[in-house]
Design a protein around this ligand. Structure first.
Ligand SMILES: [Mn+2]
Length: 380
């Protein structure tokens, strides 16, 4: 089990979204959860998002996976790196890094990106809009971080797809060794180059832009067929200045908009479904033969564990135990608070720990297992 060597709540109060920080030995005796060979293996998969970036002779080239095995047969000794996005969705060892940061609300969590670099491999100077903890695995990497972007940095596009910036002055200049952590808030330019073969794990967090919230709410509103009536004008007053939008008209129309947005039940359902949508593909495997509720009931007596698909997002609202939101979908859970807690707050749990085995509980679990969101793990 991976455990941070420092108190995360205190760190969050001092640094989160404010200033970058280096935590030497943030993990004591850190051991890589994945090997470079396994990482290369992931980059061959169709469903896995991977990139290969080379920077020999200052020529930046970015290629997108999936790659052929032959790609890895004759690699240069330096100046390249392999990046795999959402590796926690495809590798349980990588997923086991995430609970170390588990007190950070999950709706903000994005993924674990892994980069394996040969000496001098890197991504060049750039700025992200994410919060990230970069954990150094085996090898060493030299990192530089600059002052917060306030419009002073000039953007350059390298190798078509790579958005970089021109050189910057460093406020942090450090060599990370295994177990060290570099935290970078959004808007701080950074660059990192491997000094030797190096594994880096980026635990990333991302919130929606305000414009995404608004536009996605509008999409949700349309999809659910709300507000299809035209605005009523039974009480309309005649005007001598017909080109004027009267104050009462302004009031009426803007109130309509506010009332629609303020409708709490609708807003809760929207936010629950939106925030639980996956941003990276999940390794969801539906069972070959769907379970019946009777078979699921049997699992309760067998000491079976229910395991959540890695990276799957399941949420509920603090003041409402009626519904749960999973993978962008709303499920009625009929105030079964115990089930809601286990599904949303735990990576896995023993069915025996659920004291209520109501018909509805069985029904919900059957549905979730048949969708491939959770799966049974047998402990005998
Ligand atoms: Mn970055």
């Amino acid at each position: 089990m991976y455990q941070l060597s420092f108190p995360l709540p205190q760190f969050m109060r001092e640094h989160w979204q404010r200033k970058p920080a280096v935590i030497k030995s943030g993990f004591v005796d850190f051991v890589d959860p994945i090997s470079p060979e396994e990482l290369a293996g992931l980059s061959l998969e169709e469903d896995v998002d991977s990139r290969f970036i080379s920077n020999a002779d200052d020529q930046w080239v970015a290629e997108h996976g999936p790659f052929e095995e032959s790609k890895f047969a004759n690699l240069a000794e330096s100046h390249w790196q392999l990046v795999v996005q959402a590796a926690n969705h495809w590798h349980s060892g990588v997923a086991s890094l995430v609970p170390a940061f588990g007190q950070i609300p999950q709706w903000m969590f994005d993924d674990v990106m892994i980069s394996y670099s040969s000496p001098h491999g890197g991504v060049g100077p750039h700025i992200d809009q994410y919060d990230v903890f970069i954990v150094q695995g085996s090898g060493k990497r030299h990192w530089r971080v600059g002052a917060k972007d306030e419009g002073q940095y000039k953007e350059v596009i390298q190798g078509q797809a790579l958005r970089q910036i021109e050189q910057f002055d460093a406020i942090i200049d450090v060599v990370l060794e295994p177990g060290d952590i570099l935290y970078i808030p959004p808007g701080f330019p950074h660059e990192g180059y491997a000094l030797e073969n190096s594994m880096s794990y980026s635990i990333g967090y991302r919130t929606p832009k305000e414009q995404e919230l608004i536009s996605q709410f509008a999409d949700y509103y349309l999809e659910h067929g709300f507000g299809e009536n035209h605005v009523g004008t039974q009480d309309i007053q005649m005007q001598s200045n017909i080109g004027e939008i009267s104050t009462s008209t302004y009031q009426k129309l803007s109130d309509l908009i506010y009332q629609n947005i303020k409708e709490p039940k609708r807003m809760k359902a929207f936010l629950g479904t939106m925030l639980s949508q996956p941003r990276h593909q999940l390794d969801i495997a539906e069972p070959e033969f769907p379970y019946t509720p009777e078979q699921v009931e049997e699992e309760f007596t067998l000491g079976t564990t229910l395991v959540k698909t890695s990276g799957l997002k399941a949420f509920y609202h603090e003041d409402c135990s009626e519904s749960i939101y999973i993978n962008g979908e709303k499920f009625d859970i009929h105030h079964d608070k115990q089930l809601l807690d286990k599904l949303c707050n735990c990576e896995s749990f023993a069915l025996a720990d659920l004291h209520i085995e109501s018909e509805r509980t069985i029904e919900v679990i059957t549905q979730l297992v048949n969708k491939g969101y959770w799966y049974f793990q047998y402990n005998y």
